[in-house]
Design a protein around this ligand. Structure first.
Ligand SMILES: Cc1cc2nc3c(=O)[nH]c(=O)nc-3n(C[C@H](O)[C@H](O)[C@H](O)COP(=O)(O)OP(=O)(O)OC[C@H]3O[C@@H](n4cnc5c(N)ncnc54)[C@H](O)[C@@H]3O)c2cc1C
Length: 424
């Protein structure tokens, strides 16, 4: 852990507060106001991030230990799902189906939801700073997702204003769908960053669905699919066969390519494998864990993700856990993985609150579905089991690369089941 002189590092607090100004127009002084909440009667568990990991963690800790004071901090008012957002992009579902309010977590489970931005965290003091004041905690569960890593690819920053990556929850999906609706033909470019990034099959699914949409709507268009990886990192056989069988001649797949620049004036992407001119696109930049986690000393050197115990998700700091896409884990970065990691952490925290160390089996699941056209899907499943007593880890991986309409139906049911598990 990086050394900090005392309490809150002022330079970091200022940097955090400046980003707050950009986000919500509040002053740096506000972040230093007093405690936002009265002290709890018992233990307080603070969860950062109302996405797949954070919502699940908050609900399950509260279910396991109803007497604990559980606080979920989220900067957005509404949860918007990235899973199924590719379906929305091509008109298979409505945007509203991706959205869920946080209020049921409060009314049904008693989780306090604070709608604010976390600007800084003082780990030694066990204190989280928000725009309106601070909150002290006994246990901290961090699930803030990803940030686009513009430092390692600065040319994406401005380009994303016009050609969104749509890999963060919310308005980027609306933006991309509007661009697709207005698209009348010619060249499309989609880019895929090098692994690891959020949801490995999602860019390949997006390419397949948009090609299917082009076919269905009789558009004259050609897709350039620029991939920093040599092949799809998961479900390779299913995707490659689908591209060959359904979309032959409609797309050029440029693999193992490093992007050097994006020229917005001439609308050209320059790579080490040549140039591509485009009219419309989705440029997915490289990703990293949010810089906040680096500022508070949980990311080391030039690393981009938080190192945790891969089975318990505890960081080097006791009772501070990082789950979901922000951490380095065995599972591919996915909503289902974040949900399953959250349950692992909820069990550990609940046991500690009761004065015991959790001693049972810890299980993590990852499930990823991917559409290969407007009707059929492929899928993969991975499971890790860790026996705390014997320290044995077992792994089961299953890929189903044969596309089926029934798998596409299961995809919808799976997503509904996950949302039910989080919010209902
Ligand atoms: C196109 C696409 C398709 C996908 N499809 C699937 C799929 O089929 N299956 C699957 O399992 N996964 C899928 N995923 C991946 C999935 O969306 C992510 O893996 C999942 O959202 C990770 O959960 P998380 O809790 O780590 O982060 P998130 O769900 O992103 O949640 C992070 C939350 O933290 C909040 N936050 C961050 N910083 C702060 C701060 N400082 N203060 C307050 N709030 C903050 C954010 O607003 C956000 O709500 C897909 C992703 C994409 C982009």
């Amino acid at each position: 852990m990086r050394k900090r002189s005392s309490g809150v590092d002022r330079r970091k607090l200022l940097a955090g507060s400046l980003s707050l100004i950009a986000l919500s127009g509040v002053s740096t002084v506000i972040a230093k106001r007093g405690s936002l909440l009265p002290p709890p009667k018992g233990n307080r568990v603070v969860v950062l991030g109302g996405g797949y990991g954070g919502v699940t963690a908050a609900k399950y800790v509260k279910k396991e230990v109803p007497e604990a004071d559980v606080i979920l901090i989220e900067k957005n008012q509404l949860f918007v799902s990235c899973p199924l957002s590719n379906h929305y992009l091509v008109g298979l579902i409505d945007y509203g189906q991706l959205c869920f309010p946080y209020n049921r977590l409060h009314t049904k489970y008693g989780v306090k939801v604070v709608n604010d931005v976390v600007a800084d965290i003082d780990l030694p003091k066990r204190r989280v700073y928000l725009s309106r004041g601070y909150i002290d905690y006994d246990y901290l569960i961090l699930s803030p997702g990803i940030e686009y890593d513009y430092d390692s690819a600065p040319y994406f920053k401005e380009a994303n204003w016009y050609y969104p990556g749509a890999f963060r929850p919310g308005s980027e999906h609306l933006y991309l769908r509007r661009l697709l609706e207005e698209f009348e033909g010619e060249n499309i470019v989609f880019t895929v960053p090098k692994m690891p990034y959020r949801c490995p099959p999602a860019p390949y699914e997006r390419a397949a669905l948009v090609l299917s949409y082009i076919k269905e709507n009789g558009l004259k268009a050609h897709m350039y699919f620029i991939d920093a990886n040599e092949y799809p990192p998961v479900l390779r056989d299913g995707f490659m066969k689908a591209y060959e069988d359904f979309y032959r001649g409609m797309a050029t797949y440029i693999t193992g390519a490093t992007i050097k620049d994006v020229d917005l004036g001439t609308r050209k992407i320059k790579t080490d494998k040549g140039e591509v001119r485009f009219d419309f696109g989705s440029l997915i930049p490289p990703m990293r864990a949010p810089k906040l986690l680096e500022d508070i000393g949980l990311i080391y050197g030039r690393e981009k993700w938080v190192r945790v115990n891969p089975m318990t998700f505890e960081t080097k700091v006791r009772n501070v856990f990082v789950i979901g896409d922000s951490c380095e884990s065995y599972l591919p970065k996915s909503g289902y993985a974040a949900n399953s990691q959250a349950k692992v952490v909820a069990r550990i925290v609940a046991s500690r609150i009761r004065g015991k160390e959790y001693g049972g089996e810890l299980i993590q699941h990852g499930v990823c579905y991917a559409m290969v056209n407007l009707k059929s899907a492929i899928m993969l499943e991975v499971e890790y089991k860790y026996n705390i007593k014997t320290k044995e880890i077992t792994k089961v991986l299953r890929e189903d690369n044969t596309w089926k309409v029934s798998t596409a139906k299961r995809y919808y049911e799976w997503a509904r089941g996950l949302w039910r598990d989080m919010f209902f």
